[in-house]
Write a protein that binds this ligand. Structure first.
Ligand code: MV4
Length: 535
């Protein structure tokens, strides 16, 4: 999605909604100047995150409005909402990215605010600006801040000025071949060429020797131009085997900014996160203090408001570097909610209403350990082919310390148009070890038929020695692929398993004559082998 900087007119002012007197006693403390009472929220999104947001709205007694595309008319977010409106054909460019249509719906149904979720319009400054112009509260930061953090060169500059460590590299964009060569000589190989408009891995090239420079710059530029309509690039020193650690922050409109600790997000594949956990196995109390301060200062430096994430790379010597800021609620936000007890969507809504944060930094405590597995409808043993189709059966795990944020149901057909993530499994345990054991148990209980899912790959990760030891970085999947990919248990002893199972079966048959009841109730002891828990 591309937009012109000129389209965003500066001088943004937060719309102050008409103050409406309510009869309810509960809301008495709420009637203060410059606060808006959000009563109806339009959720400009779909899938699990749309439902996640609506759940909090329901708890807050806020009405919800769903918007949906053609294929999504049978989606759960449509059924969950108080109202739902069709906004266009299935491709997201005609529906969930259709700014005019979404604004039109918000106005016609009198929504006070729009929550963009993640993806789609969540980091679109033009959309945030449009909301403001139309007198609708955008639940997120001001458009200037989205714009500034979306421009990676501007973000680096702002962080450098504030004294936050950034990866050594060029101050601004580089263009001429001479300039690039000089910059690389100064930084030293290997380096990364990154698109200023990029982020999340798009428009990024690694350069390990001089021969690669010209083609890498050309490739990064053309990828950036077609993806973002902006081909400016900058250069950074390449950090070998970094950890990806991010800090959750919350900032209100009164100058209060706090962080809610870190999330370790290094387990990912092609810039697609698979597993996130908090606390990070790498973290020390000292490093947490330093990075937390940097994250808060980063947010303050750009007058950030709302919920946001500061991403860092951390190298093997525990040096950390600002990478980018995400100006939205993130997929992995529930693990932070789980260890802090803070409902991040509720805080986003409070902040958007103009309230002061209810917490000071010292009120935020971390308890236990939380881990999230993303369940994708794709086949890990077939090059991660997306597996669109109908959900035949689904049985989700429950029990102590288990949360699932999903949206599919039996008979639901996963559309090909959107992200293949169908669910998130969020676990809490008193310790990391308990979390991992509970995650194995929950993945074991998770049954989905009809489409291929990443569940079995996640089980392999949970049983991988390096992962169990907390010994992993951003190259984990690549470095452990022999252990994780194309896993065929007991391939060369499969005859043995069949023979053993048959002997078991024969024994049971003979039991029938003696004791019919035992046959119907006794579980096969061969089932035991399907749940390894050696660690
Ligand atoms: C880097 C890097 C090493 N050095 N920058 C990938 C996504 C984008 N947000 C930035 N990324 C990286 N930037 C420098 N200077 C390594 C990565 C990287 C990475 C970062 C986070 C999570 C997973 C990753 C996987 C490969 C590379």
């Amino acid at each position: 999605m591309s937009f012109n900087l000129q389209q965003v007119i500066f001088g943004y002012k937060k719309p102050v909604k008409q103050f409406v007197k309510e009869k309810s006693y509960y809301l008495v403390d709420f009637y203060e100047k410059n606060m808006s009472n959000i009563k109806k929220v339009l959720i400009a999104n779909r899938g699990e995150i749309a439902i996640r947001i609506m759940r909090t709205c329901r708890e807050m007694n806020i009405d919800t409005v769903a918007v949906y595309s053609e294929v999504d008319r049978t989606s759960l977010h449509v059924r969950y909402a108080d109202e739902a409106y069709y906004i266009g054909k299935s491709p997201s460019s005609e529906s969930y990215l259709n700014i005019d249509k979404i604004i039109e719906v918000a106005k016609s149904c009198n929504a006070d605010a729009i929550h963009p979720g993640y993806g789609f319009l969540s980091e679109n400054a033009v959309f945030a600006r449009r909301c403001a112009e139309e007198g609708i509260i955008f639940i997120g930061p001001a458009p200037e801040v989205i714009l500034k953090m979306g421009d990676k060169i501007m973000a680096r500059e702002a962080m450098t000025k504030t004294g936050i460590p950034v990866v050594p590299g060029t101050d601004g964009s580089v263009s001429g071949e001479k300039e690039i060569i000089t910059a690389i000589e100064k930084i030293g190989l290997p380096v990364m060429i990154k698109a200023s408009a990029g982020g999340g891995g798009k428009g990024m090239r690694l350069v390990q020797n001089e021969q690669e420079v010209v083609s890498a710059v050309r490739a990064a530029r053309s990828e950036a131009l077609s993806a973002f309509g902006d081909d400016s690039v900058y250069i950074e020193k390449y950090i070998t085997s970094p950890h990806h650690i991010e800090f959750q922050i919350l900032a209100d409109e009164h100058g209060n900014t706090i962080h809610l600790f870190e999330r370790e997000c290094s387990v990912q594949r092609r810039h697609q996160k698979m597993i996130e956990e908090t606390p990070s196995p790498l973290m020390t109390e000292e490093l947490r203090e330093k990075m937390g301060n940097s994250a808060v200062n980063a947010a303050k430096a750009v007058h950030y408001t709302g919920a946001g994430t500061i991403e860092f790379l951390v190298d093997n010597n525990l040096n950390y570097y600002f990478l980018e800021m995400n100006t939205r609620l993130q997929v992995e936000h529930p693990i932070t909610e789980r260890i802090t007890g803070v409902d991040l969507v509720k805080q986003q809504i409070y902040i958007a209403e103009g309230r002061e944060l209810e917490f000071k930094q010292e009120d935020i405590k971390s308890r236990g350990h939380s881990i999230e597995c993303r369940i994708y409808a794709e086949d890990p043993d077939n090059n991660f082919m997306p597996s669109a189709g109908k959900i035949h059966n689904i049985s989700e795990p429950l029990g102590l310390g288990v949360r699932t944020d999903g949206y599919v149901y039996e008979g639901y057909e996963i559309p090909i148009y959107y992200d293949p993530m169908i669910s998130k499994l969020i676990i809490w345990g008193k310790t990391r070890k308990e979390s991992l054991r509970r995650m194995r148990r929950a993945l074991y209980e998770y049954k989905i038929t009809g489409v291929k899912t990443s569940i079995k790959l996640l089980e392999r990760v949970m049983n991988n020695k390096n992962f169990i030891d907390g010994n992993y970085d951003t190259h984990f999947i690549e470095n452990n692929k022999n252990d994780l990919m194309d896993f065929k248990p007991c391939e060369d002893c499969s005859d043995m398993v069949i023979i053993a199972a048959y002997i078991d079966y024969l024994q049971k048959i003979s039991n029938i004559q003696v004791n019919n009841k035992e046959f119907s109730s006794a579980p096969s002891r061969w089932k035991k082998t399907s749940f390894p828990n050696h660690f």
